[in-house]
Design a protein around this ligand. Sequence first.
Ligand code: 26W
Length: 764
Amino acid sequence: MDIKQRMQELSQAKYSRELAQCGGEQLYHVLLQLSQELAQARPAPAGERKLYYFSAEFLIGKLLSNNLLALGIFDEVSKVLAECGHTLSAVEDVEPEPSLGNGGLGRLAACFLDSIAALGLNGDGVGLNYHYGLFEQRFHRSHQYEQPNPWIEDESWLIPTGVEFEVPFGFGGVKARLLDIAVPGAHSGIANRLHLFDVENPAPAPADGIDFDKSDLPARLTSFLYPDDSDEAGRLLRVYQQYFMVSAGAQLILKELEERGFDPRTISDHVAIQINDTHPSMVIPELVRLLTARGLSMDEAVAQVSRTCAYTNHTILAEALEKWPLTFIEKVAPQLVPIIRELDARAKAAHSDPRVAIIQGGAGREVVHMAHMDIHYGYSVNGVAALHTDILKNSELKPFADIYPAKFNNKTNGVTLRRWLEVCNPQLASLLDECVGTEWRTDPTRLNKLMDYYNDSAVLDRLLEIKAANKRRASDLFIRDQYGIRLDPEAVFDIQVKRLHEYKRQQMNALYVIHKYLEIKAGRIPERPVTVIFGAKAAPAYVMAKNIIHLILCLRRLIENDPQVRPWLHVAMVENYNVTWAERIIPACDISEQISLASKEASGTGNMKFMANGAVTLGTLDGANVEIAELVGPDNIYTFGAGSNYVIELYDQKAKDSSKGYQSRVYYERPAVKPLVDFLLSPVMTELGDEAALKALQNDMINKDWFMALLDVEAYIAARDRAIADYGDRTAWARKMLVNIARSGFFSSDRTIAEYNRDIWNLK
Ligand code: 26W
């Protein structure tokens, strides 16, 4: 197809205008339609077995550039736009970012869809079409506020399919309408689909913030992702959402199975279901229900389902392992209760260990342990990084690993380097083309060849120039879009962007900022200026996380207003951090903050994106940081802090005797730590901020500090100062950048997906 000609035709048909006369908004819609046409003309992949990737989140980001790349017309379209005086990135500014995810788990699902399609595998996503997304974050008086984040426009990537299913809730049936988003594969010629279910008559956005009447079902089922679950109505709504997704999804699977001409008795030969964390776990009893309704015996249905479903665990935090009161399920989907009881009875008959029961607790207090159902009735259980899988096998899920050793396997996460390098960092991508050839774009392990340039000063200089250009660009976008916030592109860019959670320890990063501030105030001027950038949303009901945001925003104000400190230290926090901001910030990063308490971050995936863009990691030996450290070697990463075994030991001690194990007060009393923590309630801070919030945070640090920030903070400060000092030797630093880029090929999600397919899905 002549791309330029088709763009011309579309601009005439849609706007009765020459392409060259179109504005950014019109060009966006021309390209949206062009991409839709090309993607829909592509065949679905062949394959005996088809994967359905069930996930409550798909954090897909803007789609235009990514789809143009996958469709093989990125360069051509960029050229045509340039002829009209536009750039693709300016056109893409018009596109709203779909707000269908929260953090790593959702973004991983999006990278996986991209890689499944790129590898030509037969696999679709199944999720929900949240109209107002997670929430849009606003800062006001140094606090986070939440607003609905509507993203669906009249013309969008959503394709109505006309397919509908009835979901049988306890209160009656609700129609699920299927909308699809095409997922074209790069270099594979095929397109898969992301199936998003929606209600027939979605409710309008709530009038005030994100609070709404949670009993207003069914209209509210697809309003928000994870609506505030701090009360019972919110938690119940989640269960409604989950059942809506899995019941409609299971019906879709059976419909397609029939259309492909297969008997439901052979479903496991033709279908694989990946359960992304426990949010979709009710697909197991639902599929048993639907199969028995189609004539299979209970034994047959259970056997088939157990060879169809596979489960991925993304966290070991106890509070995130879902346990639903049986009364909730009784209310939402009463027809599942006898099936879950049967599944539980079978598991209990086979395994007397109460720790592996599906239903736990006495009469009236029974809870359904979703992960346990997945493990007993799934054929594969995987963690998302080597360390995480080891912890699952050796502690968190040990009783299960002892029963089913063969089910457990590791699949270290990956990210799509198409979005996270080719699209977001085109200058670096073309330097890599020059150095290692363009093959790295289809085979990222080729990036290893970059090591040949370790002593090539011209290439090292180019790396530094590209980084500097990306820092200037990010600074310009900050001024433009973040209320004129000024970054210093000459400073070291030190970045921590991820969900806000105590275990990720943004509070420890803030303590470092305080340390630097106090140093400068005491006249000890740092070697070079540092810009500390944060980006994070806090769950609406997570008070401590919001307090940490408050601390960061107060520190920002304090420093900006202090002419003595400002030349050396900047703090910036991105408002409404999302995929779009990640694409702008990550290429500009020098130091990548990956500082979770060892054992708590299952993998992390931001760490991989930063590495591929030439940032050097400052991190604990947690999650995939461990594998990054092995790949780049000790000279090219800064690791610090307590190891996971020690941390787990401390928790065990505390569980046995609360006066043992980690006692934060001991660390608080250390002379290097106390002034930092005390500073939270210093007069300059209480004048700026909300004293109660700061006090609550300080009090928690001193008396609880469950994620042990004070245990590691001294080692952290030392490691960070060392990294900032090393940054001064530009050649040595460029070498570290080069090694990180060269070794990032392993973290391509194409590699991860090839492993899932080889070990779990067997799609072809
Ligand atoms: C209570 C329900 C619930 C629980 C946990 C909702 C959402 C979550 C998290 C947001 C799940 C999540 O994002 N986990 C992350 O998954 C990534 C992909 O595997 C990992 O890289 C991260 O380490 C892990 O935190």
